[in-house]
Design a protein around this ligand. Structure first.
Ligand code: FES
Length: 139
C-alpha cells in the first residue's frame, strides 16, 4: 500500500523514483507529457484583504523567474504555471508540485533556486520551505 503524504513528510523521498513509478502505473501506454508540474498562485486581491494574496507578496515575478530558470536549466519535462488561488493564502506565496503534491512557500529567488535544484531536480523535500497539510486555516 502506498504511504500517505503525511507519512512522506519528515523523511527524504525520491521524487524522481516516485515519478518513474507513476509512469509505470499508468493504466495506458501513454507517456506523461510533463514529469513535473509546478503551480504558483499569482492571485491578486485588493490591498488589506483579510486573507492577503500571493501576488501582493511577489509571487508573479518569482513564478516568472522560476519559469525562466527551469528553461535555462534545460528542464524541458518540467512545466511552471501561473495558478489562481490555491486557498492557502495566509501562508503565501504558495506553490504546489505534482505529481508529489508537495507544497512550499517562498520569498525570493534563492528559495526558487533551491526548490528547482533540490526538489525538482534532486527529489528532496526542503523542510524550511515546506507547507505541511495541517498548517493554515481550511476555508
Ligand atoms: S492568494 Fe495565493 S493561495 Fe490564495
Amino acid at each position: 500500500m502506498e504511504k500517505g503524504r503525511s507519512q512522506l513528510l519528515g523523511q527524504t523521498f525520491s521524487a524522481s523514483s516516485k515519478r518513474e513509478g507513476r509512469q509505470q502505473d499508468q493504466p495506458h501506454d501513454l507517456e506523461l507529457f510533463y514529469d513535473v508540474h509546478v503551480f504558483c498562485c499569482v492571485n491578486e486581491r485588493p490591498p488589506k484583504h483579510r486573507r492577503g494574496c500571493c501576488s501582493g507578496k511577489g509571487s508573479r515575478q518569482l513564478c516568472d523567474y522560476m519559469c525562466r530558470r527551469a528553461m535555462a536549466l534545460g528542464l524541458n519535462r518540467v512545466r511552471v504555471n501561473h495558478a489562481g488561488c490555491l486557498n492557502r493564502c495566509e501562508l503565501g506565496p504558495t506553490l504546489v508540485i505534482y505529481p508529489e503534491g508537495v507544497w512550499y512557500t517562498y520569498n525570493n529567488e534563492r528559495d526558487i533556486e533551491e526548490i528547482l535544484s533540490k526538489h525538482v531536480k534532486g527529489g528532496q523535500i526542503i523542510e524550511r520551505l515546506l507547507l505541511r497539510p495541517h498548517e493554515g486555516p481550511r476555508h
